[in-house]
Design a protein around this ligand. Structure first.
Ligand code: PLP
Length: 443
C-alpha cells in the first residue's frame, strides 16, 4: 500500500532505483531504454558525471538563498549563458521551477507589460487547440487539450483558440506546404479581428507541438506570418519551448529554424535535464524596459533561481556545448527518422511519421487511407506504453491526438547522447510494442 496519490491509482509502478546513460534501472534490476527522456526531459541521460560533480560542488557551497535577499553565482552565470545564446533580444531571464510555472509567469509578465504601457484593456490570450502549456489554471486555460481541461472548465480564465498547424490532418490535398502554413497562420488574424486586437495581450504557441500532437513541426512560413500578424496588431508572441527547446530539435531553440524570435519564451525540461526542477522565462528588451521604467514585475515564488537547480542547468548546458551534442541531435535525429520510416512507413496502422531532431512522433490510425483513428475506448496509446515497458523501452504515447478525444500517437525524445546502435534497438522494440498492442485488440 502506497501513501502517494499516484497519477494512476490502479497502476503498479516499478520502483526506479538507478540510472546509467540512456537507461533507467528498477528495483528488480530491469533496465529500460529511456527513448522519451521521461517526458522530453533527460537530454543528457541519467547520472551524467559532469552534472553530478557540479551539483555536489554547489551543494557543498550553498544549497539555498532566497531571491528577495540575494542573487547567486550559479543563477547569474546561467542567466548570462542563456542571454548569450538567446534568439532576438531575449536578454532577460526569470527563473522558475518548471514549465507550468514558466507559462504562468509569462502570462502575467505579458499582462503587466501592457499595464505599464497604459494599455490595461488588453486582457485576452489567443492560443491553439491541441496544445499543452501546463496544468496550473492559467496554463491550462491557454492550453488546447480538451480532456485535460474538461473537469476544470468553470474555473479557467477566458480563453480563445485557433486551429493548430497540423499538416497531416488540416493541409488540403490541393495545397502546398507554404500555402497551408500561411492559411493556418491567417486564422490568427481572423481571430484577432473577431475579438478586437486592442483587447488581446498575446498569442501563445508551442514552436513544435509536443505532448498533445506528438512532435508536429510548423509548416514552412507559418511562424514568420504569425510574427507579422502579432506585430501588426501590437500583440505579443509567447513561444512555449518547454518541451521542444534547449536543443531537442537540433538547434538550441526551435524557433531559430523558423527565422523568428518571440517577445517572451518559456523553457524548462531540457534546461535542467531532469537533474533539478528548473525552468526559465526569457523576456525581450522592450518587456524589460517597461518594468525598468515602470514598476517591478509583481510576481515571485520561493524557489526561483534556486542555486542547486541553476548549477545543474549550467552544467547541463556546458556539457551540451563541450561535447557538441547539438550536432549529435541532428545526426541521430536523421537516423531515428530514417529508421522510423523503414519500420513504419508501410505499416497499416501508422498514418504519419513527423518530427525534428531527436523529437519524433508516429500517429496511429485504424484505417490509413481514411486517416480514421482507433476507437478511443481501446486506449491504443496506453497499450503501446505498457507493451513497450514490458520490452524495456520508455516511450511517451498519448491519446486525443485528433481533437482531444480521438486519436493516438507515440512521442520519442531520446537523450542527446544516444548512438545509432541504441536508435536501432529503440525502433525495433517500438515496432514490436505497436504490433503487440494492436494485435491485442479485435479489429
Ligand atoms: N509546456 C509544454 C509544451 C509542455 O510539454 C509541458 C509539460 O509537458 C508544460 C508546458 C508544463 O511543464 P511542467 O510539467 O514542468 O509544469
Amino acid at each position: 500500500m502506497t501513501h502517494i496519490l499516484h497519477r494512476q491509482i490502479h497502476h503498479d509502478y516499478p520502483v526506479a532505483v538507478g540510472g546509467d546513460g540512456v537507461t533507467v534501472i528498477d528495483s528488480k534490476g530491469r533496465r529500460y531504454i529511456d527513448a522519451s527522456g521521461g517526458a522530453a526531459v533527460s537530454c543528457l541521460g541519467h547520472q551524467h558525471p559532469a552534472v553530478l560533480a557540479a551539483m555536489h560542488a554547489e551543494l557543498d557551497r550553498l544549497a539555498y538563498a532566497h531571491s528577495s535577499f540575494f542573487t547567486t553565482r550559479p543563477a547569474e552565470e546561467l542567466a548570462d549563458e542563456l542571454a548569450a545564446h538567446a534568439p532576438g533580444d531575449l536578454h532577460h531571464v526569470y527563473f522558475v521551477s518548471g514549465g507550468s510555472e514558466g507559462i504562468e509567469t509569462a502570462l502575467k509578465m505579458a499582462r503587466q507589460y501592457f499595464v505599464e504601457r497604459g494599455e490595461p484593456q488588453r486582457r485576452r490570450f489567443v492560443a491553439r487547440q491541441q496544445s499543452y502549456h501546463g496544468n496550473t489554471l492559467g496554463a491550462l486555460s491557454v492550453g488546447g487539450n480538451a480532456w485535460r481541461k474538461a473537469p476544470f472548465e468553470p474555473m479557467l480564465i477566458e480563453n480563445h483558440h485557433i486551429e493548430p498547424c497540423y499538416a497531416y490532418r488540416h493541409q488540403r490535398p490541393d495545397e502546398g506546404s507554404e500555402a497551408y502554413g500561411l492559411r493556418a497562420a491567417d486564422a490568427l488574424d481572423t481571430k484577432l479581428q473577431e475579438l478586437g486586437p486592442e483587447t488581446v495581450i498575446a498569442f501563445v504557441a508551442e514552436t513544435v507541438v509536443g505532448a498533445t500532437l506528438g512532435a508536429v513541426p510548423p509548416a514552412p512560413g507559418y511562424f514568420r506570418r504569425i510574427r507579422e500578424i502579432c506585430d501588426r496588431h501590437g500583440v505579443l508572441l509567447i513561444l512555449d519551448e518547454v518541451m521542444c527547446g534547449m536543443g531537442r530539435t537540433g538547434t538550441l531553440h526551435a524557433c531559430e529554424q523558423e527565422g523568428v524570435a518571440p517577445d517572451i519564451m518559456v523553457i524548462a525540461k531540457g534546461l535542467g535535464g531532469g537533474y533539478a526542477p528548473l525552468g526559465a522565462v526569457l523576456a525581450s528588451d522592450r518587456i524589460f524596459d517597461a518594468f525598468s521604467q515602470g514598476s517591478d514585475f509583481q510576481h515571485g515564488h520561493t524557489y526561483i533561481g534556486h542555486p542547486l537547480a541553476c548549477a545543474a542547468g549550467l552544467a547541463v548546458q556546458r556539457v551540451i556545448e563541450r561535447d557538441g551534442l547539438l550536432a549529435n541531435v541532428a545526426a541521430r535525429g536523421t537516423t531515428l527518422e530514417r529508421r522510423l520510416r523503414e519500420r513504419f512507413g508501410n505499416h497499416h496502422h501508422v498514418g504519419d511519421i513527423r518530427g525534428r531532431g531527436l523529437f519524433q512522433g508516429i500517429e496511429l490510425v485504424a484505417d490509413r487511407s481514411a486517416k480514421a483513428p482507433f476507437d478511443s475506448r481501446l486506449k491504443v496509446h496506453a497499450r503501446i506504453k505498457s507493451e513497450a515497458m514490458q520490452r524495456g523501452l520508455m516511450v511517451y504515447p498519448m491519446g486525443g491526438t485528433v481533437d482531444g478525444r480521438a486519436g493516438d500517437h507515440v512521442l520519442l525524445a531520446p537523450p542527446f547522447i544516444v548512438d545509432d546502435g541504441t536508435v536501432d534497438i529503440i525502433v525495433d522494440r517500438l515496432g514490436d510494442a505497436v504490433d503487440a498492442a494492436i494485435g491485442s485488440i479485435a479489429i
